[in-house]
Design a protein around this ligand. Structure first.
Ligand code: FEO
Ligand code: CA
Ligand code: CA
Length: 694
């Protein structure tokens, strides 16, 4: 029987250590919520006028659930009423056992300074911060670290991971792409003086951000992976690498700087959090808390620019890392448009080591957590995206172009334009229960579901704006404000989003929102965000018409309301709560080959370290949540990938505990006492050689 840890209170805003808040998000939770719009009022007129037809269609989609075989609409019961769920039930579950893919002994909540995995499984560290990956790069030596060395080594704080096939002569090799979200200077440099960083330290941090491409070698008997250093496809992209602005806003006056009068060439990608892998073989990388790198936003007085900076949280004086002292582009008082060139989804072709990655302006500018595409029946990509901030929004982009199949040069070149043309939408969700029944405690309304319908409100298509008072360029560059204007729904930190490859349903991790319903301050509970002072978060399940995910209507319901299962406000898709693992702060999501959803957490508030969980989304075990692993002290679990033979996770910011430093580490992972704590990628497999969880 699983042992529950008592509910512990952690009074730190946002649920993380102060060190995490400082370096990861620029203390986002201590600042005023950037969304001060009263968009329910301002947008209602537009949204209502636009969406009457859409809402009727959404209602129709909901009504047909259970009667139309191809519909992925949500049934009104929490169970398995519709045809898709029934079929998956037959395939996925056998009498009394967990769903196929989730048959392992759940790991109990714990605070061990290690990666704890189920009995019968083994693990290895695939690659660590500082491991050399490019030719000529030296081995990791923290006492002799230089920017040049770091630029050839695996970066810091690995977040999103993608594994792509290599095929051909490389059958047992895969191409791994990793995001390096941010740097923890106090855990990287001995005697670090935050008020006076040296140029060398700053340049090392520049080189430790960004992306890595590393070939990994499979072991022929297990799920073990090892990095192939100095492979010709290995690559590092960081803060001074060249990127291009692409799509409808590229070349805009709003993107021009003194160094780049074309508004198309930008150095670097910053704060890459989660991402996605496209069906055409590229990777997507979300630039998230980019605001924290820019100084002196607070000194800007011109009202339009000041409001734009404020909406993105660029409000202070000196930045945390003081980069503005070494490159004036990080000072918005001196270079006002540089910050407009960050906050995008970056697309990388990892198969071409000479490709210049593109920032896709058509997907909008906000604190992009992730971007996971799927295809419409006629082959157009639809990309779902969350803006990870309290009270910010959930978006989708629908391309107007069809993907071309095959590996020809023409197909490849065409597919690299798919994310430059299409329509950007933002979501408005409406609950179907009376507002009075959503009391902020998480108590279920009388219809037994937190559910409803929604519409996708178009913001811009190519060079045409759909938002009054905004040009198309302004929609793409100041997307948050455009979305305020049309009355988008304020969500509880929309993070990673993943469409199920089996059912087409879309799962949105809403991590938490401790400001919701705060007396006198912020918007209170709504049916999609039903708990005030929401510490543990929820996962929303959304269905669009299976043959038309490009449509403008959807149905939704909460799939999981996270927390201690003993807390009556929690919900696990109707599965008995005495048979699930406790979970808090869902962040990254991924699907396994069986159609189960895997969820990693960030900032768990139940006294256990963060971890990785799997849950069935269909069949009789729908909602049975099982914990697969926990990560070391201070770490967050990121980048999960579940293949037949292995589970891959990025262990981000281990040892990131208040008061910790190189001299006083809070964690000794992964190399043990006396060695520097290092973010790293871990592979887990079954000792008996069989597939994961079967
Ligand atoms: Fe980088 Fe929203 O987590
Ligand atoms: Ca309801
Ligand atoms: Ca995240």
């Amino acid at each position: 029987m699983r042992k529950l840890l008592p509910l512990l209170s952690n009074n730190h805003a946002g649920g993380r250590s102060a060190l995490t808040c400082r370096y990861r998000c620029g203390d986002a939770c201590f600042h005023e919520v950037p969304n001060t719009s009263d968009n329910e009022y301002a947008g209602d007129v537009i949204a209502k006028a636009y969406s009457r037809r859409s809402m009727m269609r959404a209602a129709a989609v909901v009504t047909v659930a259970g009667t139309v075989g191809t519909s992925v609409a949500l049934s009104q019961s929490g169970g398995t009423a519709n045809a898709v769920e029934g079929a998956a039930a037959a395939a996925g579950s056998e009498g009394g056992q967990a769903a196929r893919g989730l048959r392992f002994t759940s790991v109990a909540p714990n605070t061990a300074d290690q990666v704890t995995i189920p009995e019968g499984y083994a693990q290895n560290v695939v690659i660590k911060w500082g491991d050399p990956i490019l030719r000529g790069a030296p081995g990791f030596n923290p006492d002799k670290q230089t920017a040049a060395a770091q630029a050839g080594q695996f970066g810091y704080n690995n977040d999103f991971l993608s594994l792509l096939p290599l095929g051909g002569n490389y059958e047992r090799q895969q191409l791994m792409v990793a995001n390096h979200e941010y740097t923890d200077e106090v855990l990287m440099f001995k005697g670090y003086d935050a008020a006076n960083p040296t140029r060398e330290q700053v340049e090392i941090a520049w080189a430790a951000h960004g992306l890595s491409v590393v070939v990994v070698q499979e072991d022929h008997r297990s799920g073990k992976l090892t990095a192939v250093s100095r492979h010709q496809l290995n690559r590092r992209l960081h803060t001074t690498s060249e990127f291009r602005m692409a799509g409808p806003a590229a070349g805009s006056d709003l993107l021009k700087t003194s160094v780049d009068p074309t508004g198309t060439k930008v150095l670097g990608t910053l704060n890459n959090c989660a991402g996605g892998t496209t069906p055409w073989g590229t990777t997507l990388h979300g630039e998230e808390n980019f605001n924290q790198y820019f100084a002196n936003g607070g000194s800007v007085t011109e009202p339009v620019q000041a409001a734009r900076l404020k909406r993105y949280g660029i409000t202070g004086a000196a930045s945390e890392r003081k980069w503005e002292r070494f490159d004036k582009r990080f000072d918005v008082a001196q270079e006002p448009n540089e910050a407009n060139r960050f906050g995008y989804v970056v697309e990388l072709d990892p198969y071409d080591p000479n490709s210049v990655p593109r920032k896709r302006t058509a997907l909008g500018r906000f604190k992009h957590e992730a971007a996971q595409p799927r295809l419409t029946e006629d082959g157009r990509p639809v990309v779902y995206m969350g803006d990870d901030e309290r009270f910010d929004y959930f978006y989708k982009f629908v391309s107007s172009k069809q993907m071309k199949k095959g590996n020809s040069r023409a197909a490849k070149e065409h597919n690299l334009t798919l994310l430059d043309e299409g329509t950007l939408y933002v979501a408005k969700l409406t609950g179907d229960s009376p507002a009075a029944e959503i009391d902020g405690t998480g108590k279920y309304p009388s219809d037994g579901q937190f559910d409803g319908t929604g519409v996708w409100i178009p913001l811009a298509t190519g060079n045409v704006s759909h938002v009054e008072g905004f040009t198309a360029e302004e929609v793409y560059i100041f997307t948050r404000q455009a979305a305020d204007k049309v009355g988008a729904t304020k969500m509880d930190r929309p993070e990673d989003v993943e469409p199920s490859p089996r059912t087409g349903r879309v799962y949105v991790a809403l991590t938490n929102n401790t400001d919701r319903g705060k007396p006198g301050k912020a918007e209170g509970a709504t049916e999609a965000n039903p708990r005030n002072l929401n510490k543990h978060g929820q996962i929303l399940e959304l269905a669009e018409s299976f043959d038309d995910p490009a449509g403008d209507a959807f149905a939704w319901r909460l799939f999981l309301v996270a927390g201690d299962p003993n807390d009556p406000a929690t919900y696990f898709a109707g599965f008995p709560k005495d048979k699930v693992s406790p979970i808090s702060c869902p962040d990254n999501v991924a699907f396994d080959p069986h159609g189960n959803l895997w969820i990693s957490t960030d900032g768990a508030q139940l006294g256990s370290h963060d971890g990785l969980f799997g849950v069935a989304t269909a069949g009789e075990r729908r909602g049975e949540l099982k914990q697969f692993l926990t990560v070391p002290k201070g770490a967050e679990t990121c980048g999960p990938i579940i293949q037949d033979k292995r589970v891959l996770v990025a262990v981000q910011h281990p040892g990131e505990i208040d008061g910790a430093s190189v001299e006083k580490p809070a964690s000794v992972w992964p190399d043990g006492p006396g060695k520097m704590v290092r973010p790293a990628v871990v592979s887990v497999w079954r000792k008996d050689g069989r597939n994961i969880g079967v």
